[in-house]
Write a protein that binds this ligand. Structure first.
Ligand code: BJW
Ligand code: ZN
Length: 282
C-alpha cells in the first residue's frame, strides 16, 4: 500500500491556485491592516502598531473613550488626516480590477475588510463590506445618528493635534470642544467597532451571506486574531472552501488553509489574480 502523505499544511503552488480561481464564481477577499501597509498606513500589531506610547489596540476600546475622549479623538483625528496623503497600492488596485474584470463574466468579487481607512473604495472596488466601520463616519453618543464626515480638521480644537510623537502635548481638549452632533449637540465618536462592541448586525448579516455563497477566499494582510473576522477563513476551510493567505508571516490560521503566499501582498496578490487564459474576454 502506498504511503501517500496526508497534507502537511498549505500549498505554495501558484499555478494550482490560479486553476482554482479560474473556476471560482463567488470570491471573497478578506482584508486587514497589512493590505494598507505598503500605502504607508500603520498596522495594529507589531512594531508599526504604536501611536505615541500607546499600542493602537489600547485606544480602540469604549473604556479608553470613556476615560479620555480627547486622547482617543486625537488618535482618530491623526488617522483621518493621514489618509489625505495615502493612496491605494498594487494590492487594493488588483482587487478592484479583479472585480471589474470578473463582473461581465457573471462572477462576483466581494471585499470584506476589517480596515476603516477607505482605501478599497479609493481603489475602485464596488462590493465592499466594512466590518469595523469607517474613519469617515461619526456616530452621536446621544442620538446615535451616523453621518459621513470628511471635514479636515473635524473640529477646530483638533487642528494641529494628534501628532504620534511621544513628546507631543497631550493636554486634554474639553469635551465641549470635541466633535459634537449637529442634531442634538451630543458628543460624537468615530463610527468604528471597538473591542467588546458588537459588529453592526446588518453588516454582519451581509458578511455571513457572502461567506455562505463563497467558493474561494483570499485572506490578505490580517493577523487573524480579532474575532469575529478571525473565524471566517477557518470556517470556510472547514466547509471545504479553498482559502489562500497572502501575508508577510504565518498566522494562527495558516495551518488550516489551502494556500499560503508569503511576502508583501502588493507583490504577491497582483500576479496571483491576474487574467487567466481561460477567462472569456468579451
Ligand atoms: C502584511 C503586510 C504586507 C503587514 N503584505 N501582509 C472569540 C475568541 C476570543 C476573543 C473574542 C472572541 N469573540 C470576540 C472576542 C473579543 C474580541 C477579540 O477578538 N479579541 C481578540 C484580540 C482575542 N472581539 C471583539 O471584541 C469584537 N466584538 C465582538 O465580538 O463582540 C461580541 C459582542 C456581541 C454582543 C454584544 C457585545 C459584544 C470587536 C472587535 C473590534 C476590533 N476593532 C479594531 C479597531 C477598529 C477601529 C480602528 O481601526 O481603529 O479593529 S482592533 C484592530 O484589530 C482593528 C483591526 O481591524 C483588527 C484586526 O487587525 P488586523 O487587520 O489583522 O491588523 P494587524 O495589525 O493585527 O495585522 C496585520 C497583518 O498584516 C499581520 O499579520 C502582518 O504580518 C501583515 N502584514 N504588512 C501582507 N505588506
Ligand atoms: Zn445626536
Amino acid at each position: 500500500m502506498s504511503e501517500d502523505r496526508v497534507s502537511s499544511g498549505p500549498s505554495t503552488d501558484m499555478s494550482a491556485f490560479r486553476e482554482l480561481f479560474a473556476k471560482a464564481r463567488n470570491i471573497v477577499a478578506l482584508s486587514g491592516a497589512g493590505i494598507s501597509a505598503e500605502s504607508g498606513v500603520p498596522t495594529f500589531r507589531g512594531a508599526g502598531g504604536y501611536w505615541r506610547t500607546y499600542q493602537a489596540t489600547q485606544l480602540a476600546t469604549p473604556e479608553s473613550f470613556a476615560a479620555n475622549p480627547s486622547l482617543v479623538w486625537e488618535f482618530y483625528h491623526y488617522r483621518r488626516e493621514l489618509m489625505g496623503s495615502k493612496h491605494p497600492n498594487a494590492a487594493h488596485k488588483a482587487l478592484a480590477e479583479f472585480e471589474a474584470r470578473l463582473k461581465p463574466q457573471g462572477r462576483k468579487v466581494t471585499v470584506v475588510t476589517q480596515n476603516i481607512d477607505g482605501l478599497h473604495h479609493k481603489a475602485g472596488s464596488q462590493d465592499i463590506i466594512e466590518l469595523h466601520g469607517s474613519l469617515f463616519h461619526t456616530r452621536c453618543t446621544s442620538c446615535s445618528q451616523v453621518l459621513e464626515n470628511r471635514d479636515s480638521p473635524i473640529c477646530p480644537a483638533l487642528k494641529d493635534r494628534g501628532a504620534p510623537d511621544p513628546d507631543a502635548e497631550d493636554a486634554r481638549i474639553p469635551v465641549s470642544e470635541l466633535p459634537r452632533c449637529s442634531e442634538c449637540g451630543g458628543l460624537l465618536r468615530p463610527h468604528v467597532v471597538w473591542f467588546g462592541e458588537a459588529l453592526d448586525s446588518v453588516v454582519m448579516d451581509r458578511a455571513q451571506s457572502v461567506l455562505r455563497s463563497c467558493d474561494l477566499c483570499l485572506l490578505v494582510g490580517t493577523s487573524s486574531v480579532v474575532y469575529p473576522a478571525a473565524g471566517f477563513a477557518p470556517m470556510l476551510a472547514t466547509r471545504g472552501v479553498p482559502v489562500a493567505e497572502f501575508n508577510l508571516e504565518e498566522t494562527p490560521v495558516t495551518g488550516a488553509l489551502t494556500f499560503q503566499f508569503k511576502g508583501k501582498c502588493g507583490e504577491t496578490l497582483p500576479p496571483a489574480i491576474a487574467l487567466h487564459p481561460s477567462e472569456q474576454t468579451a
